[in-house]
Design a protein around this ligand. Sequence first.
Ligand SMILES: [Zn+2]
Length: 185
Amino acid sequence: MQKLAKAIIILLVILSTNTLPAKAATTVSVNDLIEHAKELDGQKLTIQGEAIGEALERGEYSWININDGTNAIGVWVSRSDAEKVTSYGNYKNSGDIIQTTGMFHRACKEHGGEADFHADTITVIKRGHPVKEELPISKRIGIGVLTCVTAVIVLLYIISGQNKMDKPTRRKVEDKQRKLEKSMK
Ligand SMILES: [Zn+2]
């Protein structure tokens, strides 16, 4: 049922892009591009996602990787457009969220037969930012509990150790301590 619905949507996408070329391109997920590569090949579409990794400069153009959470694709974009992107997602930063309209190629002849997306325009919708490294609350509570339990165990161990010491041993230890104190005076 879901497949049928998807097929209908894609058919509508194709029809609308073919019959109404002036109309804004339809937004699709990156996974739709991969899964329905045959149907969407050569179509003018819009994709939206996070710029990840880094831009790879190739003369007047650049490659930007876009990940929309469903999948990722290489976007071929003019260098001046690529410069609009200031933050790329990695373990330290979240990347800019960009929207790009262009042409999807299932097996791009220009670029070694790989699937890619040639951008006409790109727009930064939301700026990326540094990712704060914070421990989740559950982990912090876990560490707190573990510390308390360890402290209690250590305390119990010390107390039980003192009780186990018989009187002669304790006297010996005390004597040694006294001698040590005297020698230090
Ligand atoms: Zn290409």
